[in-house]
Design a protein. Structure first.
Length: 91
């Protein structure tokens, strides 16, 4: 085993692997702040691309995909406000 005098600190959107030897990218739908030990899942109504330092809100007319990896456009006759989880029928 290799000895180390310090722990591995990874860039935004990455966390140390189990051996603390390399940084790995957080999967889509997850994020990691600078120096985080684990990737965190995005909260409902948000999304994150792989390697993101934070989750983002979809702009109006879009909602997060089920895996929160990106946003999808609402179908015709439906709408969504920023941060909505599902598209709603137009009145």
């Amino acid at each position: 085993p290799t000895e180390s005098s310090q722990c591995l600190t990874c860039d935004l959107g990455k966390i140390p692997d189990d051996s603390q030897s390399e940084c790995r990218t957080c999967a889509a739908g997850h994020f990691a702040a600078l120096g985080a030990a684990n990737c965190s899942a995005c909260r409902a109504g948000t999304f994150a691309l792989a390697g993101s330092p934070r989750c983002s809100v979809c702009r109006g007319g879009r909602v997060p995909l089920e895996d929160q990896s990106n946003c999808e456009i609402c179908d015709a006759g439906k709408f969504a406000a920023p941060g909505d989880v599902t598209c709603s029928d137009c009145p």
